[in-house]
Design a protein around this ligand. Structure first.
Ligand SMILES: CC(C)(COP(=O)(O)OP(=O)(O)OC[C@H]1O[C@@H](n2cnc3c(N)ncnc32)[C@H](O)[C@@H]1OP(=O)(O)O)[C@@H](O)C(=O)NCCC(=O)NCCS
Length: 171
């Protein structure tokens, strides 16, 4: 499945769709965060929905929201972490994992950034094997490790800054 060249992707596989999130998805997103024992600030998410520098996407299977992801724009560098677009977190409902949902949400956010920049970054906790493997499989490569990047401080003390080339250099 490729969503290259489309700002908002559509069908991604049997029954699965990735689309822009709306306020009507916020309860579903909160439920996923709760079941995944994570947490996102609902007020920040509402702001992100209407911010032209960010995108918030949901993945649905048969119209049920099974995962979500967003991007973030950092307007200043922090050591090796450059100014630019970052993939800012992705969560898949625990009962819907290993079915390609996280990859679809990541590819779709990479497509969105590719229409605006040649490079995208993300930061991942060094212990998060699932996320590191997913991102490396989609062309991300490690740039640096640190206890924090920008305002993100990593539980356990180590995070990985990853970078992917978009456009002509895309893996
Ligand atoms: C990370 C996460 C988003 C992956 O979502 P997913 O829908 O299960 O991912 P996919 O099915 O697209 O998996 C793509 C590939 O990533 C890798 N991967 C995914 N989960 C993995 C795991 N638990 N262990 C090792 N590799 C894993 C595999 O290479 C997988 O391909 P495969 O299934 O063909 O082997 C999901 O586990 C999640 O929501 N985790 C909690 C939140 C989180 O940590 N988010 C990332 C923050 S940076």
């Amino acid at each position: 499945m490729s969503t290259q060249g489309r700002a908002v992707p559509g069908d991604t596989g049997p029954g699965m769709r990735v689309r822009r999130a709306t306020e009507g998805d916020l309860d579903a997103v909160a439920g996923i965060e709760r079941r995944a024992r994570r947490g996102t600030d609902p007020d920040q998410l509402v702001l992100a929905l209407t911010d032209a520098e960010r995108v918030v996407l949901v993945a649905t299977v048969d119209d049920v929201v099974v995962g979500w992801g967003k991007t973030h724009w950092w307007s200043y560098a922090d050591g090796p972490a450059p100014v630019g677009h970052y993939l800012g977190g992705v969560t898949v409902d625990p009962g819907s994992r290993r079915g390609g949902v996280g990859s679809a949400l990541t590819r779709a956010r990479m497509d969105w950034v590719a229409e605006r920049a040649d490079v995208v970054c993300c930061v991942v906790n060094a212990t998060n094997v699932a996320s590191l493997t997913l991102h490396e499989g989609l062309g991300f490569r490690e740039v640096s490790r640190a206890a924090s990047f920008h305002t993100i401080r990593f539980t356990g003390g180590s995070g990985v800054l990853l970078r992917a080339e978009l456009g002509a250099g895309r893996a």
